[in-house]
Design a protein around this ligand. Structure first.
Ligand code: NDP
Length: 260
């Protein structure tokens, strides 16, 4: 990225030069686009994925501005101890932690009658417990400096419910309340906690729905199309940046109007 790109990026985006950011589940989809969006605005970004080698490969392919970097570390967010170690490690290495995006999530569809105990465990351990571990570790790392922004990934289905997604929808409703509750606790430390609630976004998570269902979702969406991961990433970048300095405890819909 050239100086001209950087200046232009600062003029039209949200300058994050000097900020240190961590994005969980940054290896593809919304997480990867968030890594790109933060890096484009000048942040030094650490992304995580369960396979460290793969995560490092992904990080090597993302541009950063001069003086910043994009790196990667292996992390399974269901492991609370590992989350704490990684978050603490990033804050220690860089002297601070300004932005944490708790993006890692999984989706498995099943009609109520087919929902197994294991499926419930998988949805809750990654989406809910993983988000709580991440927000908790982020808060601990940010408290001393009395500043920071945390963004979680909720979902439109957490607000509206969704047939065939009982466990996932429940997990995403919980994620919204992680943000709301944590924002009430952390405001006094200057830490903001917000979320985004994407509609249907074109990533590997929604591929399995198939052309017909995705076409129906696009038709149901007032803007008449599905969302792109970079469109969610720009909303996350806004909430992560000082542009949203008086916003906390909010879940911002990024859904083309589908929630209406
Ligand atoms: P993808 O499936 O494309 O990416 C998911 C990411 O999460 C991957 O980087 C994956 O990394 C990571 N991940 C999954 N499980 C774990 C884990 N246990 N520990 C660490 N990382 C993990 O999903 P999307 O980009 O579509 O979704 C991102 C977030 O947005 C999710 O929380 C999702 O629920 C939410 N969302 C998505 C919507 C959509 O329409 N796509 C709509 C609403 C919300 P790896 O496999 O390398 O470990």
């Amino acid at each position: 990225m050239t100086d001209a790109d950087r200046i232009l990026g600062g003029a039209i985006g949200y300058p994050l030069v000097g900020k240190i950011a961590l994005v969980t589940g940054g290896t593809r989809g919304i997480g990867l686009e968030t890594v790109r969006a933060l890096a484009e605005a000048g942040a030094t970004v650490v992304l995580t994925g369960r396979d460290e080698a793969k995560a490092k490969e992904v990080a090597a392919g993302v541009d950063s501005v001069e003086g910043a970097s994009v790196s990667a570390v292996g992390l399974d967010v269901t492991d609370a101890k590992a989350v704490s170690t990684v978050v603490r490690g990033v804050a220690k290495e860089h002297g601070k932690l300004d932005i944490v995006v708790a993006n890692a999530g999984v989706l498995e569809d099943a009609l109520l009658g087919m929902v197994s105990e294991d499926l419930v465990d998988r949805m809750l351990s990654t989406n809910v417990a993983g988000t709580i571990h991440t927000v908790q570790a982020a808060a601990r790392a940010m408290m001393r400096k009395k500043t920071g922004s945390i963004v979680v990934l909720a979902s439109i289905v957490g607000e509206r419910g969704s047939a065939g997604q009982v466990a996932y929808a429940a997990s995403k409703a919980a994620v919204g309340n992680v943000a709301r509750s944590a924002s009430k606790e952390l405001g006094r430390y200057g830490i903001r906690v917000n979320g985004v609630a994407p509609g249907v976004i074109e990533t590997s998570m929604t591929e399995h729905l198939g052309e017909e269902v995705l076409g129906e979702r696009a038709t149901d969406t007032p803007l008449g199309r599905l969302g792109k991961p970079e469109e969610v990433a720009r909303a996350i970048r806004f909430l992560a940046s000082d542009e949203s300095s008086f916003i906390t405890g909010q879940i911002l819909g990024v859904d083309g109007g589908l929630v209406l």
